[in-house]
Structures are given as structure tokens and as C-alpha cells.
Design a protein around this ligand. Structure first.
Ligand code: SF4
Length: 121
């Protein structure tokens, strides 16, 4: 069989199945090792357009702790993670902040906002 053989670990649940796959022309044409039907969907997406939700912290002024936990409101392309971290690293917010409040719009031009994940005053 032609195509590239590779493997990756499915991270959708704690089972962490090791997926063995054959990829041809950017498509997964054969797959094994998955313990549920989510594995093929994950593998296909991971090969074509891998994305992640980014969680980190930003500096906050006037709060009882120095950093506010934040996350991207949706998934960003995996290839953009470093640019997003740089962009987020440049901001400083002011207390009080409410959970879910947008602290940065359109991070690194991805179209995705960054939101606070907790209240902080
Ligand atoms: S293939 Fe299914 S069972 Fe295995 S890690 Fe992914 S989601 Fe979990």
C-alpha cells in the first residue's frame, strides 16, 4: 500500500489510544488502535488542521493575586500557539474581572478572543 505510515496519540479522553494511520494526499486512508469512533475524526483533524485551546495567565493590576488565568474562547491553529502566547503576554488587565470577560479580542489575528476563566478582584 502507498502512503505515509505514522502514529499519534488521541488526546480526546484519558484512554490515550495510540492510533496507527496511513496518510495519502493529506487524507487518512487507514487507521487502527482507536477504542471508539472519535479516534478517526481526531486523527483526520490532527493531520489536516490541528487546533488547540490555549490556557495561560496574564498580568493583572489591583487584584489580590498577580496573574489572571485565561483561555482562548475557541480552538486556535496549533501552528499559531507561539504567536498567540506572545500576543497574550503583552497585555495587562485591571481588576475587577468577571469570569468569561473578554481580555483580548482576535488574538494574533486568529479571530478567536481570549477570556478570563475566573472572577478576580
Ligand atoms: S480513540 Fe476514543 S477511546 Fe481512544 S483516546 Fe480517543 S476518544 Fe478516547
Amino acid at each position: 500500500m502507498s502512503g505515509l505510515n505514522t502514529s499519534l496519540t488521541c488526546i480526546l479522553c484519558p484512554m490515550s489510544c495510540v492510533l496507527e494511520l496511513t496518510v495519502e494526499d493529506g487524507r487518512v486512508i487507514q487507521l487502527s488502535g482507536n477504542n471508539c469512533k472519535l479516534g478517526p475524526t481526531y486523527a483526520e483533524k490532527e493531520m489536516i488542521n490541528p487546533t488547540r485551546t490555549l490556557t495561560t495567565t496574564v498580568e493583572i493590576e489591583g487584584a489580590r493575586i498577580a496573574r489572571l488565568p485565561v483561555k482562548t474562547q475557541g480552538e486556535i491553529p496549533k501552528s499559531m500557539i507561539l504567536e498567540c502566547i506572545r500576543d497574550i503576554g503583552r497585555i495587562k488587565v485591571k481588576a475587577p474581572i468577571r469570569r468569561g470577560e473578554v481580555v483580548l479580542e482576535n488574538v494574533a489575528g486568529t479571530g478567536i478572543n481570549v477570556i478570563a476563566t475566573r472572577d478576580l478582584s
